[in-house]
Design a protein around this ligand. Sequence first.
Ligand code: FAD
Length: 507
Amino acid sequence: APRTHWLFGDQLGPHFLDPRRDGPDAHAPLLMIEARSVLRRRRFHRAKAHLVLSAMRHRAAELDDRVRYIKARTYAEGLAEAGFGGGNGGGGRLTVCHPTSRAALDFVTARDGIDVLPARGFLLAQEEFGAWAKEHGGDRLRMEGFYRWVRREHDLLMDGDEPAGGTWNLDHDNREPPPRGSPALDVPAPYRPHEDEIDDEVRRDLDRWERDGEVAFVGRDGPRRFPVTRREALAALRRFVAHRLADFGRYEDAMLAADPVMSHSLLSVPLNLGLLDPAECVDRAEEAWRAGEAPLNSVEGFVRQIAGWREYVWQLYWHFGEEYRDRNALRHTAPLPGWFLDLDAEAVTANCLSTVLAQVGDTGWTHHIPRLMVLGSRALQDGWDPAAVTDWFHRCFVDGYDWVMLPNVVGMSQYADGGRMTTKPYTSGGAYINRMSDLCGPCAYRPTDRTGEHACPYTAGYWAFLHRHREPLSSNHRMARAVKGLDRLKDLDGLLEEIAERGDRAP
Ligand code: FAD
């Protein structure tokens, strides 16, 4: 008889059930466990809780008789209820695809009777990455080299041995400021799902749990914006490739206050729920380029995000090990201020930060530049504890999972790993935000002002950050020149005093 197969809530696509190549047994009965303790422990964004529950319950409805869906307090209780208590609890053998977090992996490997199958939903196996990493410098790995290797291995955007179009990297075409004078990009709107009775039921449950004081959330659970079924995910992918991919590249790093999505794909939620396989996403994009429907800079940019960054981050999560979570190379220890924890956009004067915090509160999503250069940069400049920042991102973003948060926040955003993930800290003064967005125009602060009533908190914070870490940063060849600039600042003392005076009040 086939072994029962346990599906985690981020393993919802058909590729998790394919019995070929070390998959679950053909026709295996399925088990899903909705464990409420996960929600109880931390204050998640309510839209995120909604998405995960809605996706799991939709999948269960599709699988119908084949799945046993158990609502329990914990996974252990759910397993016991399903008759897989292990030990004296009895039960047969279970299979499960390699989970996406260390905690879940430890849980399944520590129990008797569970066979862990290889991970799915990524392009490369961990062993393949391990071999590559060994060959390419162990600790000083770089995304670019990794990405080129993946392109060759998977024959992605290749013309024979050469990268399509003769170049690997079109980043320089993909950093344009937003078009001036227009509040939104002129591109067709992204796919929007329709809610159904399963969403209604999820809302009712969340209301009840909140009322009973069992769980507490942040953010608003407005109309659902992201796919939760395979059908919705495919429709979103199709719409993106057909109507929005062509403009993806050019404005990839730009921000517009009234158009938070711009040309981004909004595919991180269905990808991270396991509803889409990354291979199909990059293949569709490449087909669009080969058919002349999207320019190479956009297609290469999108392939780089998925086959490069997403895959790299997944591999590094396992490669760096558990200690990575607690890295704090810059010794930042300040707690997150209340206004930030509560997503209190109205408490914030700085227009960029207020706008982005409001987006997070409303949707649980912003694109990568607000995450990195507005939210993450604020945390870095103000010296907030990187583990607490990671926890905040994990809870507040609809696409946040342990594996994707750790390298992105500890490494990329907070430089808490001392440079294993990036070659320099990502932070900037207000000039960058001004160039790349329309957020500074209406702001009470001026990006050029370091001190005084109109001092931009990013500009002042940038110099204060360089000052605080002058010593380690001056030996970084990408930062040395910026650090030297400190010597020319006549108003550094005044600037530091003003920052100290602000304390953790909202800027
Ligand atoms: P697009 O811009 O359309 O990109 C296409 C896809 O590429 C994304 O859907 C995503 O799957 C993938 N991708 C791009 N960059 C990354 C990356 N750095 N890591 C992983 N995947 C990437 N992404 C998450 O999926 N979950 C997170 O919790 C998350 N946290 C982040 C935290 C910080 C501080 C930063 C700087 C980035 C984070 N990212 C995270 C990466 C990126 O911001 C989001 O994947 C992206 O904004 C999602 O929107 P999109 O689907 O429209 O992406």
